[in-house]
Write a protein of this length. Structure first.
Length: 115
């Protein structure tokens, strides 16, 4: 599966953005899918994940209640709705898909939250 993330940009504190991850080459709903992020000078960290069936989600504690991960089976996409953004959310965001122990990564999309 090939993954293409988009939707990043510059937003003020308290603003919102929606990231999208388009899949090709395979049906994304066959994969557990998630979002990770990497801030400058830091390691890549988990943000959110959704099960292949879409009925289970999990979030990093600091984004719980502000971010929502979802998938659109018809469009074969994964989304991350981000509300009430904070400067500490500034990072390059990556989508991934995981199946049978293999992880596929998309390229990152930069989110910058200004204070």
């Amino acid at each position: 599966v090939q993954l293409q993330a988009s939707g990043g940009g510059l937003v003020q504190t308290g603003g919102s953005l929606t990231l999208s991850c388009a899949a090709s080459g395979h049906t994304l709903s066959d994969f557990a899918a998630g979002w990770f992020r990497q801030a400058p000078g830091k390691e890549r960290e988990f943000v959110a994940v959704i099960s292949s069936t879409g009925d289970s989600t999990s979030y990093k504690d600091s984004v719980q209640g502000r971010f929502t991960i979802s998938r659109d089976v018809a469009k074969n996409t994964l989304s991350l709705q981000m509300n009430d953004l904070k400067p500490e959310d500034t990072a390059v965001y990556y989508c991934n898909g995981r199946r049978s122990g293999v992880v596929y990564w998309g390229q990152g999309t930069l989110v910058t939250v200004s204070s």
